[in-house]
Design a protein around this ligand. Structure first.
Ligand code: ADE
Length: 226
């Protein structure tokens, strides 16, 4: 998979890809991340990429032309499955979307800033708008990092234990059951006996039961049929 991220703040996107699982997935060549500074695509002085809104109003708007130049250059080099705009008015990210996107080959992610992008960017280039939640960030970069993480960890070979992404919370619309490691007793709190029993079928049944219990208690909305 290849992900091209277009941003005005490339520095914000460095560290998420320089540690842990995302770093290893790049080293193993399971994914390529290319970060593009939008300011490299403007011909205006002071590397301007935003301007005042027509009709007045507070806040600058990202101009269509530099975004067009950047996206058109990328599309001239290869085909893309989706051109995603990270914005609080997008579809709210969930596990099903991450699953679908993890099967794609090439993605472009455009990070919004200031008031957002000129409407014509959306009409001309964007195939999907995604929000990471109902709150407003100062830009789309952190949202793009979250989206990348949720997708990349699902690519086969990225996680050491191939089954672990499939048993994540949310993969079956349930939260995870409680988990424990050594010691078996800590400050009087004991690990449930069943987990020490070595009886795998019973352990699995216990986990399913606890996952359902926790979901009913903490996120009953996940159990509602749609
Ligand atoms: N940009 C600003 N806020 C955002 C959010 N919640 N999701 C995606 N992109 C954003």
């Amino acid at each position: 998979m290849r992900i091209d991220i277009i941003t005005v703040v490339p520095d914000l996107l460095k560290s998420p890809f320089e540690a842990s699982i995302l770093k290893r997935s790049i080293e193993k060549k399971l994914v390529e991340i290319h970060i593009h500074n939008l300011r490299d695509y403007t011909t205006l002085s002071y590397k301007q990429i935003d301007d005042y809104q027509y009709g007045g109003g507070a806040g600058m708007v990202m101009m269509v032309e530099p975004i067009d130049k950047c996206i058109s250059k990328l599309k001239g080099e290869r085909d893309y499955d989706e051109v995603i705009y990270l914005t609080p008015d997008g579809e709210v990210l969930n596990q099903a979307m991450a699953n679908t996107l993890s099967l794609k080959g090439n993605l472009i992610m455009l990070c919004g800033h200031y008031k957002g992008v000129d409407q014509r960017v959306r009409e001309l280039f964007i195939t999907r708008e995604i929000s990471i939640g109902d709150y407003v960030l100062s830009g789309g970069e952190l949202a793009a990092a979250v989206l990348c993480d949720s997708i990349i960890r699902l690519i086969p070979g990225v996680l050491g234990n191939e089954t672990s992404a499939l048993t994540d919370a949310f993969q079956d619309d349930l939260l995870s059951p409680p988990i424990y490691t050594r010691p078996s007793t800590y400050k009087g709190l004991e690990v449930p006996k069943i987990l020490l029993s070595g009886h795998q079928r019973k352990v699995d049944e216990w986990r399913d039961e606890k996952a359902l219990e926790r979901t009913k208690e903490l996120r009953p909305d996940l159990l509602k049929e749609d």
